[in-house]
Design a binder for this molecule. Structure first.
Ligand SMILES: Cc1cc2nc3c(=O)[nH]c(=O)nc-3n(C[C@H](O)[C@H](O)[C@H](O)COP(=O)(O)OP(=O)(O)OC[C@H]3O[C@@H](n4cnc5c(N)ncnc54)[C@H](O)[C@@H]3O)c2cc1C
Length: 378
């Protein structure tokens, strides 16, 4: 597949893969077991273009291409799903602030975020507004020189680890707007919800009860929050797709290593046709997914909206990752189901890829609308 990347992209891929293999991979098992995350690694990661790459140079970012972002996210996914998810959320926040933040907001939130000194979460989903993100109930009521936010946000990645975040809330008469919420300035309640995939992230419920947020924390225009969020989510779809490709690549490598060394009936199990079929299916799912992810990245790099391409990549990569990880478990036999095997983690993490940033069904409906001109959502 190397001819699909130019020399710079190839070098980036090799450099970041080598870093992950040497510096990060040895830490993964213990952090996953303890459900902790090595936050101190983030500034090192940002040197490769993670998070910093999605902000403009004027804002202190590296303004990398979407293709470079795709390469980074595949390598992160190949190493550790929790890390890929963590840098994805920070990237969405960084992108949103770089595009729409005021100079003061950038100085206070974006600059330390890009240095790895602060971490920000992104809160759109609510108990009664998941796929139907437009139905959110959290409100921001004007009050003096600010707003009072009331409502609950659900499944917010790294709500525990972040010291600020972006909340999407309805401002009566104006519509959904984006607000920066700082934990110290505007205390809210945060509770972790134990979950199946990406165990070194927290998945939190955030509760806001008349929480005061200064007017200066409004990001972008009043009523412009949903468009900003969807812009960040589109990039998140590319990131999630390529993270899923990374998981599939890891499944493939593990399956080749295992099937060529595990013997049954007097020979390596790689010599059985039914085993070969499973390994080849993992390889085919990985390659087709990677091609769709690359296509989405190249589309965005061409300056096109890329909504359809990102949805198709997310749909195919997410579903394929689940299938590839199931097959990887199968070729590992009982060993694959043991927590000491990395494929057990790949299987759990692959299940994430069909849900956040729009479920598989939502991607299908969005592509259906694009192709057919009719919305099947309502
Ligand atoms: C690990 C994880 C991390 C997350 N991180 C964040 C985060 O950081 N910030 C954030 O804001 N959110 C986050 N989320 C929330 C995520 O975006 C939502 O879970 C997702 O959008 C789906 O919403 P829901 O869970 O309410 O499912 P629902 O919307 O209730 O969907 C349930 C099922 O119904 C299907 N469905 C719904 N509507 C339709 C329809 N019209 N037609 C066909 N099928 C339909 C869905 O596809 C799904 O299969 C995270 C979720 C997870 C699991």
């Amino acid at each position: 597949m190397t001819f699909l990347l130019d020399d710079d992209e190839l070098l980036l891929q090799q450099t970041v893969r080598s870093y992950f293999d040497k510096r990060v991979a040895p830490l993964v098992a213990e952090h996953e077991r303890n459900r902790t995350f090595p936050w101190e690694l983030l500034p090192e990661l940002y040197e490769f273009g993670f998070v910093r790459g999605v902000a403009s140079e004027a804002d202190g970012g590296d303004a990398i291409s979407y293709m470079a972002l795709a390469v980074l996210m595949e390598e992160a996914g190949r190493c550790w799903g929790s890390l890929r998810t963590t840098v994805n959320i920070a990237s969405m926040v960084a992108r949103l602030l770089s595009v729409a933040g005021t100079p003061e907001q950038k100085e206070r939130f974006l600059t330390p975020l890009l240095r790895g000194e602060r971490y920000g979460w992104f809160a759109l989903t609510e108990p009664d507004a998941g796929s139907d993100a437009g139905a959110l109930r959290t409100s921001a009521r004007p009050d003096g020189d600010g707003y009072r936010i009331t409502g609950n946000k659900l499944y917010i990645t790294n709500g525990m680890g972040g010291d600020f975040g972006i909340v999407l809330a309805d401002v009566p008469g104006h519509g959904v707007s984006a607000f920066l919420v700082d934990k110290e300035e505007s205390p809210y309640v945060c509770a972790d919800i134990p979950h199946l995939p990406v165990r070194s992230t927290t998945s939190c419920e955030l509760a806001f009860d008349e929480v005061f947020v200064p007017a200066g924390n409004l990001v972008g225009e009043l009523g412009g929050g949903f468009a900003l969020a969807m812009n960040a989510v589109n990039m998140g779809r590319l990131n999630m797709s390529m993270g899923a490709v990374g998981i599939m690549q890891a499944c493939l490598e593990a399956s080749i290593a295992y099937t060529t060394s595990r013997h049954q009936f007097g020979k390596p199990i790689a010599g059985f046709q039914l085993v070969q079929q499973m390994v080849v299916e993992i390889a085919t799912l990985t390659e087709t997914s990677r091609l769709l992810g690359y296509k989405a990245a190249r589309t965005l790099d061409a300056g096109l909206p890329g909504r359809y391409e990102c949805s198709m990549a997310k749909y195919h990569c997410g579903e394929s990752a689940g299938r590839a990880a199931t097959l990887a478990l199968q070729v590992h036999g009982g060993a694959g189901l043991m927590e000491e095997s990395p494929v057990e983690r790949y299987f759990r993490d692959a299940r994430e890829a069909t849900i956040p940033e729009g479920t598989t069904q939502i991607q299908i409906l969005q592509m259906g609308k694009h192709l057919l001109g009719v919305s099947a959502m309502r």
